[in-house]
Ligand binder design. Structure first.
Ligand SMILES: [Zn+2]
Length: 365
């Protein structure tokens, strides 16, 4: 979409619903989109929730087809699932599960040219509200980020499911969300653009700021509630920040260095299997170091990470004793990320390497 110069965009899902039992609203919401929705999830999620979904959709007169995502979200996997939707003439795709299943469902909805819902069962990243689809190859290297013409029609977040999931997922979602304030600020201060390819509106900055403040205030208690599998006000606040605010914040505010570094971490020794949100949490420390923030400000965030057990250094992400070659490889790939240009000032290789070294030195003190 080419827009006149100076026009700015705010994109968001059509509806966002959050609370314990929200899943039971699925049939009512889906009924407007034909009798045979295509539900996409991984085998584990579908075996856990499949019956409940069938019964809920049946109450609304719907007979779903199920597509199982087996491995990575590759173009082949999306084509296979799309064929299933074509066969059933599905007018709606529903992604249920973690970021991969949601992204696969987005990819299929793009091909079928029908609306889609996301039903995240974990809150590990910002995928549920966004139009972005990360495409991988079989070795888990990201090869492209496609974008749907519209954001998901409905985002349905059942906090009882999120609370029942392992706490590490929510922790990673917090890591992914914390960075949004700083990335959006840098994008706005410089000449950056959002994933809509326009300059940001003020709204995204306000959302990303609120996201950060809510997480600083509620993350500890929210994670403790999740560890007890309990839905509390703190957990609700953290889930809203990690899913809704994090997604709106990045998509309308812009990504930057914290996320660019994940391109390197996805390929580096030991760190490639770390959760996206854990990678972003570390990336944020480097981001702040590259901005020239004070040691005190970075230390403050490091102490917060320690309290909620987010990784503060490469060793904690799975790379013991990082050497010069390791750092050079991370920076090689970081330099390929398009959102690097959203940093407030131009960044080159020596600047990023120095920021990595500074963040590492502060974290291991
Ligand atoms: Zn992210």
């Amino acid at each position: 979409m080419t827009l006149p110069a100076g026009v700015r965009v705010f994109g968001a899902p059509g509806r966002y619903l959050q609370g314990p039992g929200a899943l039971d609203a699925l049939g009512t919401l889906a009924a407007a989109h034909g009798a045979a929705p295509l539900v996409i999830g991984d085998a584990q999620v579908l075996s856990l929730l499949g019956n409940r979904l069938v019964m809920n959709l049946a109450k609304a007169g719907l007979t779903p087809a199920f597509g199982t995502l087996k491995g990575e979200i590759t173009r082949e996997a999306i084509a296979e699932l799309t064929a299933l939707g074509e066969e059933r003439e599905s007018g709606l795709v529903i992604g249920v599960g973690g970021g991969k299943s949601l992204d696969a469902a987005k990819g299929v909805a793009m091909r079928l040219e029908v609306p889609m819902f996301t039903v995240p069962t974990i809150a590990s990243n910002d995928s549920p509200t966004s139009a972005a689809v990360a495409i991988y190859d079989d070795s888990h290297a990201m090869v492209a980020v496609d974008r749907m013409a519209r954001n998901p029609e409905v985002v349905l977040v059942d906090t009882a499911l999120i609370a029942a999931a392992p706490v590490a997922f929510l922790r990673a979602g917090i890591g992914d969300a914390l960075a949004k304030k700083f990335e959006a600020e840098g994008c706005r201060a410089g000449s950056g653009v959002t994933p809509f390819d326009t300059r940001p509106l003020h709204t995204a900055g306000a959302i990303a700021e609120a996201c950060y403040q809510i997480l600083r205030a509620h993350a500890e208690a929210g994670l403790a509630a999740c560890a007890r599998n309990e839905v509390t006000d703190d957990l609700e606040a953290v889930v809203e920040a990690a899913i809704l605010m994090s997604g709106l914040g990045f998509e309308n505010g812009g990504l930057s260095l914290a996320h660019a570094l994940t391109r390197g971490l996805m390929r580096a020794r030991g760190t490639k299997d770390a959760a996206h949100g854990d990678q972003v949490a570390w990336g944020l420390l480097v981001h702040l170091a590259a901005e020239g923030r004070s040691d005190d400000e970075i230390d403050d965030l490091i102490h917060f990470y320690r309290r909620i057990e987010l990784p503060t250094c490469l060793a904690a992400l799975g790379m013991p004793d990082p050497g010069e070659e390791d750092i050079a490889l991370i920076v090689d790939w970081t330099l390929t990320a398009p959102h690097l240009k959203n940093f407030a000032s131009p960044l080159d290789r020596p600047a990023i390497e120095a920021a990595v070294r500074r963040a590492e030195a502060l974290a291991v003190q």
